[in-house]
Every structure is written in C-alpha cells, then in structure tokens.
Design a protein around this ligand. Structure first.
Ligand code: SDX
Length: 444
C-alpha cells in the first residue's frame, strides 16, 4: 500500500493510500482516503474496504485501529504527553479541582466562575441515592469484592431513574450524566462501609467532591471526622489523573455498549466490569498485592526473572502500557505526590514505598524492560498513595472507577452525539469447522 498525493480539500489533505491486490494472477488497485486529525497519526479511512475489496482487516487488541473520532483526550506515547481538550495533565492536576476537569471533559472548556458554581450545584444535588437502593447492598456477602458491588448497584440505577433514560432527549442525557458523576462516590463509599459493617454515611452538600468522598468513607456516628487537607488534595489529584485516557479497554467497552442504545447506567456498569481486570484498572490493587508478595528487596531479582520468563504468567504489575513507550506522565505526577503525602502524613519511609522505589530502579536498568519499553504506569504509584491514606487495597480500583466515570460519561455523550456513529459490530477471521452434516445420536 503506498500513499499518493492528490490536490484536494485541506481537511483530507487529498492524500490517498493505494492498495494493490493480486489474486489468481489478476491485479486490482484500490484507493482509500488518508484522514488527518489535529494531532497524532494520520488514519487510513477503510470504511469501504470490505465492500470494495471483499477483504477484512485483522487487528486483535486494536493495536493499529482508530475506533472513532474524539476531541476529548490525546495521548502521545512517544513524548509521554496527555492532553484533555488541549490542556496538559500536569497543568490540570496542579491547578484544577476534579469537578473543573469533569466540566472540561464534558463540555470542552474549563468553566468560568459562574459555570463552575452552577456545575458543582448540579452535581452536589444528585449525590444521594434513592433510599431503596440501600437494600441492594444487603444482597452481597460482607466479603464481596467492592467492584462486584459497583457493577451491580450502578447497573441497577436504571431501575430507579426512569426520567433519565431517553437517549434522544438531551436534557435526560445531561441528567443521567450528572447522576452518574454525583452518585459514584456515594455508591463507592457505601460499598466500603458495607464491607466493614459500619453504617452508611450520607453525602454533605457543603463538602467538595474529594472531601465528600473521604467523609462518606471514614466518618462515623461516634466521632466528628476531620478531613485532612493533604489527603483531600491527594484524592483530588488521583481523581484528575484517572479521569480519562482515550479509547482504553473500559472506555471502548462503554462506547460499544452505548452503540446499541443501551441506557447510560448499563453502559457505565459495563465500563466498571472491564476496568476491574488486573491488566487494566485492577492493576493498582495488583501492584500492592505484588509488592506484599515480593516482601523484601532481596526478592526483587527473582521476581524480575519471573516477569521476563515467557513461560511464567507473572508480570510486573504497574509496568508497561499499550500506548506510552517512554513514560506515563501520570506516574511522574503521582510519584511526586507520593513523596508529599508520605512526608505530610509523617509516614516514615513506607516500607512498601521503599520496596517500590527499589523495584522501579532495578527494573528501569534491566535490558529486558528497556528493550520492551516497560516502565511504571499510573497504577504503580496510585496504590502506594492510597495505601498510605488508609484506603483498603480492595477499594483501589473502585476509586479508579469513580474517577473514570467522568471520562466514560464524556466519551459516551460524544459517541451518542456523533452523526456517523452506528452499532459497533466487528467481524472476525473464522478458523472453525467447514459446514458438515449432522450425525444423529444413535450414530455417534
Ligand atoms: C491501565 O489503555 C490505557 O490507557 C490503560 C490505562 C488507562 O488510563 O485507561 O492507562 C490504565 O490499564 C494501565 C496499565 C495497567 N496494567 C498493568 O500495569 C498490568 C501489567 N502490564 C501489562 O499487562 C501490559 O504492559 C499492558 C496490558 C499494560 C500492555 O499490554 P500490551 O501493550 O498489549 O503489551 P504486551 O502485553 O503485548 O507486552 C509486550 C511485551 C510482551 O512480551 P513479548 O510477548 O513481546 O515477548 O512486553 C511484555 C509482554 O510479555 N510485558 C511485560 C509487562 N508488560 C508487557 N512483561 C513483564 N511485566 C509487564 N508488566
């Protein structure tokens, strides 16, 4: 396939990709438009490939496939760049609170003062759950993984909020968006309280998003919980750093679910299910479990050896990324926060943090990790901060889901509003049996 310049409209830059196929001695040539985005690689527009050539493309894991057009987030894996609507993640994590970033992802601009106040009011007034939803928790075992509770309760929201299910009504889409963003911290905190047998704590309208979450997680009827500003700032930063990340596995799951016109609560529940996997959002929990398994610095070489052994399923959790091939900018921000939080909390060099630093140092000098371009990703540090703050390990991925709900909802709205969107229905390369005659039971 070659690219071939032609003069034409600026948006497509007139470039086409020429594909020549030869079959049974017959050569056929086809041309497919090359489309440019604002940033990032150009794309071959192969929407007509199958109808024109009878060929499908084969790309398991979608390593070379753009599934959609999006204006929300851009990641440059080589440069370690992460932009949300054009702003760097470093600027946003330093200067914004989480709901400002949520507004930016949803509407495309950072809110001004009045927009910020209105948006915060819209969110805060939806933080409570329908009182009957509380009964859902009773159906779970106390030792249920909180992500199982999140999938169940979020999926059930659609049975309570019938006035925000009509996708054709922009007001109902907006209301569903507010409800999801507002209620996730309440549902998450309740999953934790249920697991420890403590009473649920209602949200408070005078608290900011991260503070409200901490209040619902740790307040008790028996004493006045005081919010630690350092911890609240760390949670705010962790939420911002996990808010959105292009078409990752869970976001693609939400988009695919939404493409069938499933209701927004069901779509977000599907995103939570996908995020749970240890190769994705479940990695932060897996990092802590891995560090506890490694135990001491002298065990690191043994585990690195296992991570490099293709016959061993062990992988170094918190290392590697599909897109980032030099460093994950979120991990850089989180590493700095790690030091600040541990110092501010007076937590002497957390032994797990010490072990993590040693593991990072050794891994980054190892030729296997250098050659495979494996380095700490966002999940490597988030677990250590959350552990230091007192968030139980089983809740790590739940916090990721709370933050990523803003990204999922933003991407879902963009997809619903995309005039070219249609139900997602990938094809396959069939490698099963040819057609064969049925054999009756008595002859088998
Ligand atoms: C997130 O997509 C996103 O943006 C995700 C995310 C987001 O914000 O949504 O950024 C959040 O999910 C971060 C990733 C968290 N996952 C982990 O930390 C789990 C450990 N990492 C790996 O599972 C892996 O690195 C992935 C899943 C993250 C990326 O997988 P890829 O891009 O499909 O790479 P790969 O699995 O094909 O690995 C390439 C090679 C392989 O070796 P070969 O088959 O070529 O010989 O690198 C090796 C892998 O074996 N490898 C690792 C490794 N990660 C990849 N070897 C040891 N330890 C690892 N962590």
């Amino acid at each position: 396939m070659s690219s071939h310049n032609k003069s034409s409209s600026l948006s497509h830059q007139g470039q086409v990709a020429k594909l020549t196929l030869s079959k049974n001695g017959i050569e056929q040539s086809f041309e497919f438009p090359i489309l440019s985005g604002t940033l990032g690689p150009d794309v071959l527009d192969i929407r007509e490939l199958y109808t024109q050539t009878g060929y499908l493309t084969y790309d398991p894991g979608f390593t070379s496939t753009a599934s959609c057009e999006s204006a929300i987030t851009f990641v440059d894996g080589e440069k370690g760049l992460l932009l949300h609507r054009g702003y760097t993640i470093q600027e946003l994590a330093t200067h914004c609170d989480f709901l400002e970033v949520a507004y930016l992802l949803l509407y495309g601009e950072i809110p001004n003062q009045s927009q910020k106040i209105d948006f915060e009011q819209n969110i805060i007034t939806h933080t409570m759950l329908h009182e009957q939803l509380i009964n859902f928790y009773q159906g779970f075992r106390r030792d249920a993984h909180p992500m199982a509770i999140m999938v169940g309760v979020v999926g059930a929201l659609s049975s309570f909020y019938h006035d925000s299910l009509d996708l054709k009504d922009p007001e109902q889409r907006e209301l569903a968006s507010y409800r999801l963003i507002a209620k996730m911290p309440s549902i998450a905190a309740m999953a934790y309280k249920y697991s420890v047998g403590q009473p649920f704590v209602y949200p408070r309208n005078n608290l900011r998003y991260a503070e409200n979450f901490l209040h619902m997680m740790f307040a008790l009827p028996s004493y006045d919980y005081q919010i630690n500003k350092t911890i609240a700032q760390a949670i705010n930063k962790i939420f911002i750093l996990h808010a959105d990340h292009e078409q990752n596995a869970s976001t693609s799951t939400v988009r695919l679910a939404g493409s069938s016109a499933a209701n927004p609560f069901a779509c977000i529940a599907s995103g939570i299910a996908s995020l749970w996997g240890p190769a994705h959002g479940g990695a932060n929990e897996a990092v802590l479990n891995m560090l506890k398994e490694i135990g001491t610095k002298d065990q690191i070489p043994e585990y690195l050896k296992r991570a490099k052994d293709r016959n061993d399923s062990f992988r170094l959790m918190g290392f590697g990324h599909r897109v980032y091939k030099n460093f994950d900018p979120r991990a850089v921000v989180l590493k700095e926060s790690c030091h600040q939080v541990l110092d501010a909390l007076g937590v002497k060099k957390d032994p797990l943090f010490d072990l993590a630093m040693e593991l990072e140092k050794i891994a980054l000098q190892d030729e296997y990790f250098i050659e495979k371009k494996l380095f700490p990703n966002v999940d490597f540090y988030s677990g250590i901060i959350l552990q230091a703050i007192g968030i139980p390990v089983s809740m790590f991925t739940v916090l990721f889901a709370v933050a990523r709900t803003v990204g999922w909802v933003s991407q879902w709205r963009e997809m619903i509003g995309d005039p070219v969107q249609k139900i997602g229905r990938p094809r396959q390369r069939y490698i099963g049996s040819m057609q064969r005659p049925f054999i009756a039971l008595k002859e088998r």
